[in-house]
Design a binder for this molecule. Sequence first.
Ligand SMILES: Nc1ncnc2c1ncn2[C@@H]1O[C@H](COP(=O)(O)OP(=O)(O)O)[C@@H](O)[C@H]1O
Ligand SMILES: [Mg+2]
Length: 293
Amino acid sequence: MTRIPASIDETETLLTGAGYVSSRALSTVVFLSLKLGRPLFLEGEAGVGKTEIAKAIASALGRRLIRLQCYEGLDAASAVYEWNFAAQMLAIRAEDAKSDDLFSDKYLIARPLLEAMRPQEGGAPVLLIDELDRTDEPFEAFLLEALSDFQVTIPELGTVRAPEPPIVILTSNRTREVHDALKRRCLYHWVDYPDFEREMEIVTARAPEAAEALSREVVAFVQALRGEDLFKKPGVAETIDWAKCLVALDHLELSPQVISDTLGAILKYQDDIQKLQGSEAKRLLDEARAGLA
Ligand SMILES: Nc1ncnc2c1ncn2[C@@H]1O[C@H](COP(=O)(O)OP(=O)(O)O)[C@@H](O)[C@H]1O
Ligand SMILES: [Mg+2]
């Protein structure tokens, strides 16, 4: 276990060591969240590196990463614990369980929130509550409570209290607004698309097999593309994927033809792809190259 960083610089070094290219503002809020023990709420478009931050923090600090992936209809039961009814029924049939055994640890299925409250080797885990905007308000209210006292009560067993509060990261792709009450409990950071320099660093770290000249064109093109009116702009994940695709095809540079053949790596909606047909790809490529010169 690594102790939590003592400064913003140290935080940045830790994140870099875990392969995460951070900005000063992000390193600052991560540092504060660790130092003050406050949950960190990260909002931003898909594919800008929100989930990855939680992974990087866990790996940098040698902590276990516990992920609660949110989805529509997620309820407290599936987030905290469930009883293994099937096993309980079998035990009853086989008559090998006294009735007071049936609600013991043996039949308890711990879900991420309960898991995060239990003692972990290596210190408090990183609890990633991912894509919170996919759940509904009742679940948010429930979460607010769980995050305020870091304990979970199981009526049949009692209360489980975290020996040390987990490091909590919440993310949202902002398909809807998350309630103020929850945000107020957290430190907040909007994760934006990186600028050219930072995206170059990310591609260099994540797709080192791509030659620098190619990466520069790829990043410049994607940056120009994000300025267009698209249904879904490409995230950093798409930039990395695209660079890898181009390397796999032995391309050393972009051309309108290469772009149109490989567009599926960066644009995932037919309407967006259609917009880049014809002279559009060439116009954007020229624009991107002019910026590089
Ligand atoms: N700042 C960054 N440093 C390193 N890799 C990054 C960064 N931002 C994004 N990535 C890459 O992009 C991918 C997608 O990021 P992810 O965290 O899944 O996006 P989000 O959760 O915001 O939708 C990651 O797997 C990682 O490879
Ligand atoms: Mg994510």
